[in-house]
Design a protein around this ligand. Structure first.
Ligand code: HOZ
Length: 433
């Protein structure tokens, strides 16, 4: 496989874009590589500027649950664009989107659209503080809630990938109100709540952590958070930017049967266009301006192209019952990976919930950020490179998820497993694990 075109673009990009990329996790540094530059995509495949085609398991980091360039989405965007790309004035499609979200997500009674997951979590935190009149926020190590100042503390995703604990530019005065606790450690949350629960505005959590690899919530963890929030008058915020509409029509809260006070959405809700949303209990959401006094705004919020794309995806998800198929494909994928690793004598800890999952290159059971970090990231880098050579595109970081879409075929999965068998053998050869 030749990558001259991508390499050339990357060199040029580095002159005018910091690190050559518009979001750090794309850079592929963690896997000792440089990024691909993509020319086009359809279904389960992406094609780079050199003409190489790959089965894609990143899916734009989660939004593309129907695969690339799904005809319903393309049609919706085209038809919206023909009627104008933005008005900054309300449209019917925003209303239809809001109704759809309220119908699908169990805990959401009112919803506000924004333009990214980061905006959604930032706004939800502000609302929680405004509503409760409190400052402290509890989050979990290795969970990532976008690049919001107060949430970029011991984060996953790009910070985990690049080994950065936080970021310069965030004043201590802001970070000091954030308490970060190990994921799945309900005892530690209880201790903090006993000590300072009446000062806590919210606990924000990824109900399935998917930015430190995929880490599954243990029995009772989410229910325990719910109880503690209720007991101390703090709000429970589920960051369902990744899990929303992915694990079930109503996201992780439907799967685990927990009602958060606020929910943050992103990715799938935009159908591949830039969208985020936050919503929840009516009495809390009613505090948002102009109905209430907590301010948040956006020129492109509820943009008609983005709403049309997202709504097209949600309609397909609501009407076509794709979740069983996604689950069984992802199960096949996960089992195949685990078997390929075992056959090669490579230790991995495989996790999966619905159509997301991860293979950690470790012999430990992964239940939090610390155990996730026991992974051999160099082994993952070898695995990534070997899969890429064989036409499979995985996340260029150990601390991300694989995403199965409705567009992945049985043949795609079998080809991927075949590639994985060779790739794990190379890992064994080079890393001896
Ligand atoms: N949540 C995504 C990574 N886990 C975001 C993608 C990005 O940071 O570019």
């Amino acid at each position: 496989m030749a990558w001259e075109g991508s390499k050339k673009f990357y060199e040029e990009a580095c002159e005018v874009i910091p690190g050559g990329v518009n979001s750090p996790v794309r850079s592929a540094r963690a896997v000792g590589s440089t990024p691909l530059f993509i020319k086009e995509a359809r279904g389960s495949r992406i094609v780079d500027v050199d003409g190489n085609s790959y089965i894609d398991y990143v899916a734009s980091w989660g939004p593309l649950i129907l695969g690339h360039a799904h005809p319903r989405v393309v049609e919706a965007v085209k038809s919206a664009a023909e009627r104008g790309t933005s008005y900054g004035i309300p449209t019917e499609v925003e209303l239809r989107m809001a109704r759809m979200v309220v119908e699908m997500v169990p805990s959401i009674e009112m919803v506000r659209m924004v333009s990214s997951g980061t905006e959604a979590t930032m706004s939800a935190v502000r609302l929680a503080r405004g509503f409760t009149g409190r400052k402290k926020i509890i989050k979990f190590n290795g969970c990532y809630h976008g690049h919001v100042d107060s949430l970029l503390v011991r984060s996953g995703s790009g910070l985990a990938t690049l080994g950065i604990p936080g970021s310069p530019g965030i004043p201590d005065e802001v970070a000091q109100h954030t308490i970060s606790i190990p994921y799945n450690n309900l005892g530690a949350v209880r201790e903090v709540m006993e000590a300072t629960g009446r000062e806590v505005a919210a606990i924000i959590v990824e109900p399935v952590a998917a930015n430190m690899g995929v880490v599954v919530p243990e029995d009772g963890f989410l229910a325990g958070l719910r109880e503690l929030c209720t007991q101390y008058g703090a709000l429970l915020i589920f960051d369902e930017v990744i899990t929303g509409f992915r694990l079930a029509p109503g996201g992780a809260q439907q799967v685990y049967g927990i009602m958060p006070d606020l929910t943050c959405l992103g990715k799938i809700i935009g159908g591949g266009l830039p969208v985020g949303a936050y919503g929840g209990r009516r009495d809390i959401m009613a505090r948002m301006a102009p109905e209430g006094d907590v301010y948040q705004a956006g020129t492109l919020s509820g943009n008609p192209l983005a709403m049309s794309a997202g709504l097209a995806v949600l309609q397909v998800l609501r009407d076509e019952g794709l979740y069983e198929g996604l689950d069984s494909k992802a199960g096949y994928f996960s089992r195949g990976m685990a078997q390929a690793a075992e056959a090669a004598g490579v230790k991995v800890f495989q996790t999966r919930v619905g159509s997301i999952g991860c293979a950690f290159f470790t012999d430990r059971m992964v239940r939090d950020f610390e155990t996730a970090q026991s992974s051999d990231t160099q082994a993952y880098a070898v695995f990534f490179q070997e899969m890429l050579k064989r036409g499979v595109y995985l996340a260029p970081s150990q601390f991300e998820a694989f995403f199965i879409s409705a567009a992945h075929t049985a043949e795609d999965l079998d080809r991927t497993m075949e590639a994985a068998r060779h790739a794990f053998e190379r890992v064994k050869e080079l890393r001896g694990m």
